[in-house]
Design a protein around this ligand. Sequence first.
Ligand SMILES: [Zn+2]
Length: 420
Amino acid sequence: MKIFAALAALWITAALMLVVFLLDDDSTCGTAVPAPASPGAPLPAGSKVYPVAQGVFTITDGFGARGGAHKGTDYAAPEGTPIYAAMDGVVHDSGPASGFGDWIVLDHNINGEIWSTVYGHMYEKDLLVHVGDQIAAGQQISRVGTNGESTGPHLHFEVWTAGGRNGGGTPIDSVPWLEGAAQPGAGPAPTPGATPAPGVTVDPAAAAGTGTGISPTTPAPAPAPTTTGNSAGCAPADSGGGVDNLQPGLVPPEFEPWYRRAGALCPQISSSLLAAQGRQEGGFSPEGGANTSALSQTGAQGPSQFEPYTWTSWGAPVDDQGTPIGPVGTGDIHKPSDAIMAQGRFMCHIAEAVDGWISSGQVHWSGDRRELYVAGYNAGEGAVLSSGGFPTGSSDYVTQTRPYVDNILAMEPQYRRALS
Ligand SMILES: [Zn+2]
């Protein structure tokens, strides 16, 4: 994270200029896609529902921002947060769109006129509906991503008046439009005995009719060692990807459970990799500080050495299971739980992006992909994309990023518990 801020402007610019082509997602390399939330009892016709649960999102860019160019509202929320249809409607678009990453456009019949709602920056793997589908208000349609022209996980949400987005409508401010809307996830409790998909836990609050339904970022319980084979092929088979493989007693006790939970978030990373990264980043100190390079003076903070700028996109507070329970940017950057779970979510996000670029041929890499994931954490994932591999083109990548990556991958086996 040391040179993250220094390069942020560079790679954000690069990201704006590059169209990301996500080929068919290699589902074995990604996080599990939860089943759509139950739409529950039908709401009265014409009801509106918040597209992201209140209390989970933070509005980061309002309607009309950027000199009027912003036709929507940005609802920042942790990656993977469920997105719900704001009204009953029909799917007009579901797929890639310039600048939006992947988007969904719903058409709604309001008193005989067609209005539209638009949902942007999702990943293709998270599109849960298809063109022509009839959608109920409050039905989960996707999950929050940061695909396309986006600098952090958020839902870009637009509302278009009579005529809709495709027939001469006008975009309006979604905030007053949503006033009085229902919370998503309301509805009957899940069927008793129903088994959630693996890796997906039902938010207890949802059963009470007040929650967000599904908590996709909740790590699955650590599997027994005999079942931890890494079928993903995304990391070396012996690295224990996606599992809690941390050797006990090697990190401070207040850090240990969090590396265990964060390491299980996605198949590309592991507890041992995050612990080695934590050693390199913050030296297992709540204040950070193992790193004394001049670049760390940019303001990286806490056990995972987040730049405050990056923390606004990843730093959600978490509960005692590591599940985000509040808006991104509001977690405690010095708290091991919030920092390490954010480190894990961010690493999974980078890994997913890097895997997509390798699949699409934008990045060429036949070696250990963890080199690119870790480099992306240090230099920004945009540096990996714009370099087509390990970051090049700046002396910082040679003097700082390269040894950072080498140190972490050299330390990683020391933290690894042998899995038989
Ligand atoms: Zn936006």
